[in-house]
Design a protein. Structure first.
Length: 249
């Protein structure tokens, strides 16, 4: 099976510092792959290369066999790559439904209806509400995003990415800043997305229990290099990983 995402010798340098160093991976369709590693390992920088926020010094990025190395973030989104960030990126003064509806309208290429009431487009409204239901925010449809708890904003951001019908989701620490009570809810949302079986998820996460519970495969970055890549059981038994990341556990 052709990988949905592939990197070949992906490298980025900032002066003398090599933040991502010769990383080559394959990500199979409809799989959930987690990226782990200590702080400063290059995880978010690697995501920035995949989503187009950064241009590589060397190497290539392929999506569904197409070389997308030179494409902008917006063009990569149109190709089917959706990216969340450690800091939530929603419209705070709009309701949850309005936030997601904008994403649906963007996907449907409805750009020139500024003076038409949204209620005229019932199909758009219905789709937006379905995405909110999927991320467990159906009861918050009319709530302004500014009033949401942090974990709810993360779920809203994921709903907006889903509404763009992205095939590959890049989730950068979706539980960052959440309370203990909020974490199981975002875990439930990611599980629901995975169970649908029509998306590939690349996840950066520090919570090892969550990573082991969700992942089909795990890749480990250390000092910008790919230290290991395999199934969760293989990664946990890997002595290099134990030494470099898990403290010799």
């Amino acid at each position: 099976m052709e990988p949905i995402l592939e990197t070949k010798q992906l490298t980025v340098r900032f002066g003398d510092h090599v933040a991502v160093d010769d990383v080559s991976i394959h990500v199979q369709p409809r799989q959930l792959k987690s990226i782990i590693g200590p702080n400063g390992a290059g995880k978010t920088t690697f995501f920035n290369l995949l989503s187009g926020q950064l241009k590589p010094t060397n190497g290539r990025v392929f999506f569904k066999g197409e070389d997308i190395t030179g494409l902008s973030p917006a063009l990569r989104t149109r190709k089917g790559i959706g990216r969340s960030f450690q800091i939530t990126n929603v419209f705070p003064q709009l309701t949850c439904l309005e936030n997601v509806r904008l994403a649906v309208q963007s996907k449907e290429k409805m750009y020139f209806h500024c003076f038409s009431h949204a209620k005229r487009f019932t199909n758009i409204e219905r789709k937006a509400y379905e995405w909110l239901e999927l991320v467990l925010l159906g009861d918050k449809a009319d709530e302004p995003a500014v009033h949401l708890a942090h974990g709810e904003k993360r779920k809203l951001e994921i709903a907006m990415l889903l509404a763009l019908e992205t095939e590959l989701l890049l989730l950068d620490e979706p539980t960052a800043g959440m309370s203990i009570e909020e974490v199981p809810k975002i875990l439930q949302v990611i599980k629901k997305i995975k169970e649908q079986g029509n998306r590939t998820i690349l996840l950066i996460e520090h919570k090892i229990d969550m990573v082991l519970d969700l992942s089909d495969t795990i890749m480990v970055l250390f000092n910008g290099r790919l230290l290991a890549d395999g199934k969760p059981g293989e990664i946990m038994k890997n002595e290099q990983v134990q030494s470099a990341y898990l403290g010799g556990m």
